[in-house]
Design a protein around this ligand. Structure first.
Ligand code: GLV
Length: 320
């Protein structure tokens, strides 16, 4: 008998179909709309395998509705949507998608950094709104990226890929991480500093750390106050790492120059969120890994795990 697989979103048919060899598949048939919680809880009641996105919370409550669950595969490298401890207690495996999105996400981070520093979205709005009447010296002036100091919080795969890009811009590279990256320090000249020094010295602070109990609210009022008034904060990790109320205050009151945000505490962000009223915020809808090649590679990494499980083989990219 085939195993039961439930997919919480409509994924491309050519990617899902081959899995029919191993699975009886059912799926939430919407591409853009998140499955409502009650429907998800009902859908998992008889499934052995669950394929989710970051919008789906796999927590203790869900597990009580899923007595046959053995494997959860997550279409993301970050897995804060999954209660890994609760899964482990019940011997349920989980997988994610590391590696394949590193460069794509680092490209987006750098794009966001440049867009924020050089006020690119604001300048485009200015042109389209018919405000461009003449050229003048201080028109839409931004901040130089080349030669500036970047401070990267979280020097994992993506953090290092951001740092390599920063090197191409002749930036001084500071970083803070749970553990030192001696090899990368030697190879690329990254400099390890305390979080406090990083915040005090950097022109651009980039958050690349995973979101967990240790990093929730890591950048709050106190940390923002340590930053230079003309610094830029970039976040493409998870919104909950920054206290958004404190961030709004410093941006509004000229205590921080700008922020580039691909992630928010609540996603999608509410259209009346105060941060969206500020011209010095560049806001994106969580598109870090969104290239066709990379999203396909992420899906295929999930397929690889699902195929291995279907064949009774060892599963790679386990996070449990
Ligand atoms: C996206 O945010 C991911 O974690 O892959």
């Amino acid at each position: 008998m085939k195993k039961k697989l439930f997919i919480t979103r409509k994924f491309p048919t050519h990617i899902v179909e081959p899995l029919q060899e191993f699975y009886e598949i059912s799926q939430w048939d919407e591409e853009e709309i998140v499955i409502p919680r009650d429907k998800l809880l009902a859908a998992v009641s008889d499934c052995e395998v669950l394929w989710v996105t970051i919008a789906d919370l796999v927590d203790e409550e869900l597990l009580t509705h899923a007595p046959n669950l053995k494997l959860v595969t997550n279409l993301a490298v970050g897995y804060n949507n999954i209660d890994v401890k609760a899964l482990r207690k019940q011997g349920i495996m989980a997988t994610n998608t590391p590696g394949v999105l590193t460069n794509t996400t680092a490209d987006l981070v750098f794009g966001l950094l440049l867009a924020t520093a050089r006020r690119i979205p604001e300048s485009e709005r200015y042109l389209r709104e018919g405000k461009w009447k003449s050229w003048y010296p201080m028109q839409l002036v931004g901040k130089d990226v080349s030669g500036a100091t970047i401070g990267i919080i979280g020097m994992g795969r993506i953090g290092q890929a951001v740092a390599r890009r920063a090197k191409g811009f002749d930036m001084k590279i500071l970083y803070n991480n749970r553990r030192r990256r001696h090899e990368a320090e030697e190879m690329y000249g990254f400099q390890y500093v305390s979080l406090e020094d990083l915040l005090k010295q950097s022109d651009f602070v980039v958050i690349m750390t995973p979101y967990n109990n240790d990093t929730e609210g890591l950048i709050g009022e106190h940390e923002l106050a340590l930053m230079k008034e003309d610094a830029v904060l970039i976040n493409a990790s998870r919104g909950g790492i920054i206290d958004e109320v404190a961030l709004y205050d410093v941006l509004k009151n000229g205590k921080l120059w700008a922020a580039g945000l691909d992630v928010f505490e609540q996603e999608p962000i509410a259209m009346d969120h105060p941060l969206l009223t500020l011209p010095n915020v560049v806001a994106l809808p969580h598109i870090g890994s969104a290239s066709l090649e990379t999203r396909t590679a992420m899906l295929m990494l999930n397929v690889k795990a699902l195929t291995a499980y279907g064949q009774g083989k060892a599963i790679s990219n386990r996070i449990d």
